[in-house]
Structure formats: structure tokens, C-alpha cells
Design a protein around this ligand. Structure first.
Ligand code: ZN
Length: 412
């Protein structure tokens, strides 16, 4: 077998294409392979598929391929342009590469696999690719994945907001809680953002949504009511987010009280912040005694803490009626605590109670998308690349979209 035959086999070049020349430069660790179509070949017109003859050729193009041993390998070709009586002059696509790519499909596949394991600069170091070309591969991979994805509405959705870094612009993420995939990434966290996701579906399709987990965020609530039939019975406010309101209230009470005590020289609350915020069982062993001691003293913070801990019992119920009864009792206690932040938090929860109680019917939280959240953390750690918002979205779809990313020739 000579060089040209070997490389035709390795590259998967088949009739009418053939390898005409191979140049091996061992000191430079480089191999160049030239490919041409057989003389007189008719190609299907790229538009109407009728066989038509070659009109002329483009200038020579070069595609990087997988390395051959230690040698970087490049494929060279002048692509034919056909002339069709109906459609005119059209360029025949290279069977080994995607349009507008400087890499062969096999090399793009390698870039995709490598990027699953490390960040873009890691890909660049391992494969000696450029920043722009690497992002080109990822962008095309996501575009084809999204185009191949069957259009369907998940039955259990999670809606969450993510910022690259604190204070940066937000993206709204729509997740399929059953599959653990990100279904949509839209700019900002406005009512219009979420509506943009819903609007790609018909009313009948949206009626198949059974439950939607979200934070108590007004724009999301409004968008869901505007788009999803029977939204009132389907929205489930995320229990962790709801709990956060009360936890934040405890912190506020502690800060206010600490200020007053410290002014009188009483430093009891100093350095105790997290003791009050953690769930009781998460307090580290070595700080338990300290916490028990400070908790027993007559403090507003202790009362606020007890109210917060009591709310956790709410989520243990199975039946909405029983949970509601428990909440009513808790609410009475909280609103009679004479602790303004706690009263305010309790009122917020009561205002949203119907969609806190839906938790007992649907049993969903945004934390169910835990796999997604940990992957998003990884995506954020690679944040050096995401000064560009489109790159950030591409990376989320790439790692969390559950998409079919690989290039392959289209069926003729
Ligand atoms: Zn044609």
C-alpha cells in the first residue's frame, strides 16, 4: 500500500474523491495530504440534487485533521463548483468537513471531546488550536445540537437565574427537572425573558406542563401566568429559596441586636453569625456548647432563630391541608414575635402560600437540578472566557444541554 492509498483509508476518502499526493516532513512533524475529485465527476447540485458537471474550482483550502503519529496532519483540496441549469453555480461541500470549518469532522469531534474534560484554554494547550477556532467548533456544535433537538415541552420545569459573577448580567435558565438538562438560556431575568422561552410552544403544548419550580420572583410569576394554562396550580416556589427569606430575617435581627448590645459593651453576639444561619444539625461539634450558651440567654436573635428552625417542620408534611394548618400556627407565632424582619418575611411567605403548598402535590424543587448546578459551577470556573455573553450561553448548552453535538455528514 502506498502513501496515497494509506491516507485515503485513514481519512475515509472514497470515490469520487482520491488522495493525489502526500508530503511527509518528519523534522517539521508535519504531513500534508492533497485530495481531488476524479476527472469528469458529476456531483449532485447542492440545491436540486440533480447530477451536474463541474464548472470550476475554489482556491485551495486547508483543513487540520487528527495527528498521524507525532505529525500534525493537514488535508488540502480545491473544492469543485457545479453549474446547474436551474440553480446556477454552487460550491460542492467537502465530505470530510463542516461548512466554514478549518478542521475535519474527526478533528472537530476531538475538540468537542477534549472540551468536555477541560476548559477552552486547556483545549488550546492540548490540541494547539486557537481561541477563535475552538469557540467556532463549540458554537457550531451547540447550533447543530439545538437544530437536531426535538421540540417538546418538559412536563416538570425548573426556572432559575444565573449570573456569571455577582453583579453581572443574569441569564434565565429553563431546566427539565426530569432529564436534568438546560432547555433554554435567555438573556436577563425579566418577564419578557421567560415569555421568550414559552412563546416557542403552542397553548396545547404548554398545557402539558405539570409543574414549574421557581423562586418567588415576580417577573417569572407573571410570565408563567401569562403563558401556561392553569399556572396557579402548577407553580411551586422553591422551598430553599423560601427558607432563605426567613434566614435573611434572622441575620437582620442579629445585626440590629448586636449593634445595640455592643453599644453597651455586651459582645455576646460577636462572631456568631453563621451559628444562627446554619441548620441546627450543621453547627460544628466544637461550637455547639458556645451556641447552646448564647441561645439560652434572653435574646431577640434566639427567638428569631427558633422561628426559623420551626419553619423547617413545614416541609416535612405529606398532605397540603396538614401543612397549611402548621403554617397558620407558625405564622401566628412569627407575626406576634415583635421582630420586624421576621414579621415581614412571614408576610411574604403567606402572600405566596398557595404556591408553597403546591410543593406537597408536585414535590419539586430547583435543587433537583443539582447535576445541572454543579456543571454550571464548572462552566463558571472557566469564566475567563465569558466576558462574552454568547460564549457563556454556548458553554451552558454545551455542558448542560444534553445535546447531540457531534458533526456528521448529512444524509444525501
Ligand atoms: Zn440545481
Amino acid at each position: 500500500m502506498d502513501d496515497t492509498e494509506l491516507f485515503a483509508k485513514l481519512l475515509g476518502i472514497t470515490v469520487p474523491w482520491r488522495v493525489t499526493r502526500v508530503s511527509v516532513n518528519v523534522p517539521a512533524e508535519r504531513i500534508d495530504v492533497w485530495v481531488e475529485e476524479a476527472v469528469g465527476t458529476m456531483f449532485p447540485c447542492p440545491t436540486c440534487r440533480e447530477p451536474v458537471s463541474v464548472y470550476d474550482h475554489t482556491a485551495e483550502q486547508v483543513w487540520r485533521h487528527l495527528d498521524t503519529c507525532q505529525c500534525r496532519t493537514y488535508v488540502h483540496a480545491r473544492l469543485p463548483r457545479t453549474t446547474c441549469p436551474v440553480d446556477g453555480v454552487k460550491q460542492v461541500p467537502a465530505p470530510w468537513a463542516e461548512a466554514r470549518s478549518q478542521y475535519t469532522r474527526l478533528f472537530e469531534t476531538r475538540v468537542i471531546d477534549t472540551c468536555r474534560e477541560c476548559d477552552v484554554s486547556g483545549v488550546m494547550r492540548l490540541l494547539a488550536t486557537t481561541w477563535d477556532a475552538t469557540w467556532g467548533v463549540l458554537t457550531r456544535a451547540v447550533a447543530r445540537g439545538l437544530a437536531r433537538k426535538p421540540k417538546r415541552v418538559p412536563t416538570r420545569l425548573g426556572i432559575d437565574e444565573k449570573a456569571i459573577r455577582k453583579g453581572h448580567h443574569y441569564e434565565t435558565l429553563v431546566c427539565d427537572l426530569e432529564r436534568g438538562t438546560v432547555e433554554g438560556v435567555v438573556d436577563d431575568r425579566t418577564q419578557a425573558s421567560l415569555e421568550a422561552y414559552f412563546h416557542q410552544f403552542t397553548q396545547e403544548e404548554l398545557a402539558t406542563v405539570e409543574a414549574i419550580a421557581m423562586d418567588m420572583w415576580e417577573p417569572y410569576i407573571l410570565a408563567t401566568h401569562a403563558c401556561v394554562p392553569d399556572a396557579g396550580t402548577k407553580i411551586v416556589f422553591d422551598r430553599y429559596h423560601a427558607t432563605c427569606y426567613v434566614t435573611a430575617a434572622v441575620d437582620k435581627v442579629r445585626r440590629q441586636e448586636h449593634k445595640v448590645l455592643a453599644a453597651e459593651g455586651d459582645e455576646r453576639l460577636k462572631g456568631t453569625r453563621y451559628l444562627w444561619l446554619w441548620n441546627a444539625e450543621r453547627i460544628p461539634e466544637w461550637r455547639r456548647a458556645e451556641f447552646e450558651a448564647v441561645k439560652r440567654t434572653e435574646l431577640k436573635t434566639s427567638r428569631a432563630w427558633a422561628i426559623k428552625e420551626a419553619l423547617r417542620g413545614f416541609w416535612d408534611y405529606v398532605y397540603p391541608k396538614c401543612a397549611e394548618k402548621y403554617f397558620t400556627a407558625w405564622y401566628f407565632w412569627a407575626t406576634h414575635s415583635r421582630l420586624a424582619p421576621i414579621i415581614e418575611a412571614a408576610k411574604t411567605l403567606r402572600r405566596h402560600l398557595p404556591n408553597l403548598l403546591t410543593y406537597f402535590t408536585h414535590g419539586i424543587t430547583n435543587a433537583m437540578a443539582e447535576g445541572i448546578n454543579s456543571k454550571i459551577q464548572t462552566v463558571k470556573l472557566m469564566a475567563c472566557g465569558y466576558r462574552n455573553r454568547e460564549h457563556y450561553k454556548t458553554a451552558i448548552y454545551f455542558h448542560c444541554g444534553g445535546l447531540d453535538l457531534y458533526p456528521r455528514p448529512e444524509a444525501a
